[in-house]
Design a protein around this ligand. Structure first.
Ligand code: AMP
Length: 416
């Protein structure tokens, strides 16, 4: 199938051609015609399936329809709500690309930076607004944003909104939208809360689903290394000796862990950068740009900060920590295997994480290849028992206590 078979406007087709897009992806094939017909859509699709274009292209086309602008002037007609700044920026970038031959105006707003330039853009008059919930509510309360003319509302990555406790913010936004509108909702996973939300905001939606939620990106080779936690940094260094690994995204469960990985790599002469919430927006953007341009080989990210990282040339994902929620693994892996290329996802697994590995394999229904030929291999074949877990936790607590005793000034009130 070609994009031209989907009755896409010639000016948008031209922009898609310039992007090198020839064929619509499955989610685009399914969603675009229904959205163009004005239907509500509920899309089950993970990152990497082309879901952004699936809603951005028809949104541009509907808004660009002749006569719409002259009649109503510049009011915000489409709102796209997404959980993270990175995703918001990327959605706007896509809108810029697909809409470059149209006359529509757009803006992106997110927290963590001063509001001045965002407000100026809003004041200049826009048709499409991409926003994260916090900054949107903030600017709405300051009367910079009027949602009364919204015709198309898109809720992107709804399951993440839920996980990040944004769902109340989303409800506050919903209360300000016109009842008569077209609503598009996308979510990688479909827990009950999401189905419930969908029921309450969508009107007789067309349901489109591409890869089942439990499938990891098809083209990703996956492997797991069993080792001791303390050897993880050594294995990462060992793996990075392979010069073919030019672009490696390393996942860490915590911000602190991400910083430590960068430090450990720096110590052996490998330049890396971390992105997580404690870094300023500019700092994160810079790290991402340096990574995309190949200036740095390794980017270390926490799950939330990595949401929406869209890197075409990404080759390797390393799960330095295995996530305790199996869906998170699927999200991470979704970053590789894009655009039909073969990529690799490597996971480090210590004894405590073995049960997470089993959860992942249960959810995906795939057994991940065990890599035994590496210098740090330990044999792990069963999850740790509850008694062992208790013992490990007690040891951790004791260590923490001892550290606090030795470093009283790092804790409590005196800290700031
Ligand atoms: P998304 O799932 O929206 O994060 O998109 C994943 C990646 O696929 C992005 O880099 C898009 O630019 C790219 N993409 C989206 N649609 C197409 C298409 N029809 N053909 C080729 N690449 C695409």
């Amino acid at each position: 199938m070609l994009f031209s078979d989907l009755k896409i406007h010639p000016l948008i087709l031209k922009a898609l051609e310039a992007q090198g897009y020839k064929n619509p992806t499955p989610i685009q094939q399914q969603a675009i015609p229904s959205i163009l017909e004005g239907r509500d859509v509920m899309g089950a699709a993970q990152t990497g399936t082309g879901k952004t274009a699936a809603f951005a292209i028809p949104t541009l086309q509907l808004l660009a329809r002749e006569g719409r602008l002259e009649n109503r002037g510049r009011t915000i007609k489409s709102l796209i709500l997404t959980p993270t700044r990175e995703l918001a920026i990327q959605i706007e970038e896509n809108i810029v690309q697909y809409g470059k031959n149209l006359w529509l105006r757009h803006a992106v707003i997110f927290g963590g930076v001063t509001q001045g330039s965002q407000v100026a853009k809003l004041k200049s008059g826009i048709d499409i607004l991409v926003a994260t919930p916090g900054r949107l509510l903030d600017l709405m309360q300051q009367w910079y944003i009027d949602l009364r003319h919204i015709e198309i509302f898109t809720l992107d990555e709804a399951d993440r909104m839920l996980n990040m406790w944004f769902i109340n913010d989303v409800r506050k936004v919903l209360a300000k939208l016109p009842v008569k509108r077209q609503t598009l909702m996308f979510s990688a996973t479909m827990p009950n809360e999401i189905l419930h939300l969908a029921d309450s905001i969508l009107n007789n939606p067309v349901k489109v689903e591409v890869t089942p939620v439990t499938s990891t990106a098809e083209k990703v080779s996956q492997a797991v290394f069993f080792l001791k936690k303390s050897d993880k940094k050594l294995l990462l260094q060992e793996i990075l000796k392979n010069e073919k690994m030019t672009s490696v995204l390393v996942f860490s469960r915590t911000k602190h862990g991400a910083d430590r990985i960068v430090k450990d790599l720096d110590a052996v002469g490998i330049t890396a950068a971390a992105i997580h919430w404690n870094k300023s927006q500019n700092n994160r953007q810079r790290a991402l740009e340096n990574f995309k341009s190949g200036k740095i080989r390794v980017l270390v990210a926490t799950d939330i900060a990595a949401r929406g990282i869209d890197i075409d040339e990404l080759m390797f994902v390393v799960n330095y920590d295995l996530p305790n929620e199996p869906e998170t693994y699927i999200h991470r892996i979704g970053r590789t295997g894009r655009a039909g290329k073969d990529w690799v996802a490597l996971s480090f697994c210590d004894r405590e994480e073995y049960e997470f590995l089993l959860d992942i394999e249960k959810l995906t229904g795939q057994k991940i290849r065990r890599m035994e030929k590496h210098p740090f291999h330990v044999s792990i074949s069963a999850p740790i028992s509850n008694a062992e877990k208790k013992k490990i936790n007690a040891e951790k607590e004791a260590k923490k206590k001892a550290f606090r005793k030795e470093n009283p000034r790092s804790f409590g009130r005196g800290r700031r």
